[in-house]
Write a new protein. Sequence first.
Length: 259
Amino acid sequence: MPGTIVYRGRTVAALAGFDILRQRAGSRIVIVGSGPSVKDSPLDLLPPRTALLLNGAIGLIGQGIIEPLAVAIEDERFVWRHFAMITKHVTPDIPMLLSIGAIRALCDHDAGFLRGRRVILIDDIRKPYGAPRRSDTDLAGFRHAVLRGSAGFSSRPDLGVFQGGSVVVSALQFALATDASEIGFIGIDITNADAPRFYESDGSAAFSGVAGAEGRILDHIALGRDEAQKRGVRLRNHSAVSALRSIGLDYAPLAPSAA
């Protein structure tokens, strides 16, 4: 969804179209979260431009992940707590998928940070930026939107995504809109979300709302799994402790190429 980022009356950066993600992606995408299980994952097996890094997983850039596909940040609290990590690891050549809240927080820190970067907007399809909130009846009229209970899926993330308690939900919708035939998950543990993330130590873990939103997250991913099946896309869970096993995504060790 092209446009511009305007902060306090000044244009900061142009928004990039979704096509840049599709063009960078190959046949395999692995969505990498920051769950504790990341420590046990052989990330060096991932080819360049395969990993879609979420939040603190950006700390893996240069340490297992040489060149990510993109990074995705939805929670402005992460930006406020880890702005230094972002500036250290996310170089200007790496595309960024950012929510309105994350963009605002980045600009509050340093309005120049986004200048010249390729920023793809993570917009909330239920409440798009600058538009009225949409009802389920409104959404049911969109050909690119699928509703099931409280969960939703958008096949056109450039027109908005269903946000579901974790940035992994949004990232999956973006990944499924590329030409990838396999999408994997690493560090999407969910059940141990209250434990320190792989880059945190005991006693220094920041609050996470993921554990309390487990059911909501899994409902959205399960819907994404079913939509992936319709498209002939295989989802694979590379974390042995992940709650994804409860929705039928059994553990599959990370391999250098699709099996």
